[in-house]
Design a protein around this ligand. Structure first.
Ligand SMILES: [Zn+2]
Length: 383
């Protein structure tokens, strides 16, 4: 929490942590504090790879970085194991909100899959209520500390499971008590949104907002499925939409040469055109994308990450963290990475943040109020 901010070379005065930020793609079970996991695991008799908070944090990051899917998935076994009671869910949710506020986040949509948190005997509804209680406590604690934050739940159904309709009904039941949207997550390849056609129809009939993880572990066809069958209003990651874009470079042009450099001749395919021209927001998580191999086909490093191409060609790009514990990141850190790699300045950070404001699953009046609050914060930063 207190480590010094890495200052980008281009603007030594840019203090990204103090800027008001919006987080749309952040998993509750991917953002626990290591010390909390240790405490709760001890009480629950759950064995961990380490009982030292620093070493455990390193273990999570190394597992996520290992390139091994089983090791990566094992990290969630440990977090989910300690999130099976009302008290524990509330505590994790409360701390999650406090940590976001500490990072300068003023609006967050927090996603999690209730179906993974009923092993201790909670019903799905009790689990959602427990998380909401913790979120409310977190918001109150942040306010007591002199800051403001607003949060909502994205209720996730797991793709490999068969509970889509049940989870969709759960989400709609809680629409006036904290749930702002629905999501599907988990194994993307082989578990298309069309498996949940009935659930997505029900959500559409109830005018309940949907985001779908797509374009991470699978490509353009999966994104198309999310749009057609999921009726997705946003794409979770969606980064592989760039596979539907052709860029022809001149001999000495390059995508990573910065804001003012032409990226060459760009031709946009039909699915990418739909996503860009209709302004369907992309919830991009730069560090996570590198770890999961989502951007391997572009080069697999941050310099060749297509976020800049997508941003420069007019896609509704938003910047997110995905799993702060596993990736060892914060939203501030993700913006710093982009500033350092692509030479983004305050105007770029504002534009990316306003994209997230516009994409928030909030009523128009609340989005307008959030936009005004964010703008005011950036104006103050300009001095
Ligand atoms: Zn995700």
């Amino acid at each position: 929490m207190t480590e010094p901010i890495l200052l980008p070379a281009s603007d030594p005065h840019l203090d990204i942590r103090s800027l008001p930020k919006v987080s749309l793609h952040d998993h509750l079970d991917g953002g626990l504090r290591p010390a909390t996991i240790i405490e709760l695991a001890g009480a629950a008799g759950h064995e961990l790879p380490s009982t030292d908070p620093v070493a455990l944090g390193v273990w999570f990051r190394e597992a996520a970085d290992s390139g091994s899917l089983p090791r990566y998935l094992e990290t969630f076994d440990h977090t989910i194991a300690v999130m099976q009671t009302r008290e524990n869910l509330s505590r994790v949710a409360r701390e999650f909100v406090e940590d976001l506020a500490e990072d300068g986040v003023v609006y967050a949509e927090i996603r999690w899959a209730p179906e993974q948190h009923v092993r201790g005997g909670l019903t799905l509804d009790e689990a959602v209520d427990a998380v909401q209680e913790g979120l409310n406590e977190g918001v109150d604690a942040v306010e007591a500390g002199g800051r403001l934050i607003q949060v909502g739940q994205l209720i996730t159904a797991m793709r490999h499971a068969d509970r889509g309709m049940e989870i969709a009904e759960l989400a709609v039941r809680h629409r006036n008590s904290g749930a702002v949207g629905f999501d599907i997550a988990g194994a993307e390849d082989g578990f298309p949104p069309s498996r949940f056609a009935e659930a997505f129809t029900y959500l559409a009939e109830n005018q309940f907002p949907v985001t779908v993880h797509a374009g991470e572990a699978a490509g353009v066809a999966s994104i198309r499925d999310a749009l057609v069958h999921g009726r997705a209003l946003r794409l979770g990651h969606g980064v592989r939409i760039a596979e539907d874009i052709d860029v022809e470079f001149d001999a000495d042009d390059s995508v990573d040469a910065g804001n003012d450099t032409a990226v060459g001749m760009v031709s946009i395919g039909q699915v990418a055109g739909w996503v860009r021209d209709r302004g369907i927001p992309l919830e991009i998580c730069p560090s996570s994308n590198l770890q999961t191999g989502a951007v391997d086909s572009f080069g697999g490093d941050i310099e060749s990450h297509p976020i800049d191409l997508l941003y420069q060609t007019g896609f509704q790009v938003t910047v997110n963290t995905d799993n702060r514990l596993m990736s060892g990141v914060t939203l501030t850190g993700e913006f710093e990475l982009l500033v350092q790699t692509f030479d983004y300045d305050l105007d770029d950070i504002l534009e990316l943040t306003m994209n997230a404001v516009d994409a928030a699953f909030l009523p128009l009046e609340e989005r307008d109020a959030l936009a005004a609050y964010v703008t005011e914060g950036f104006n103050q930063a300009r001095g």
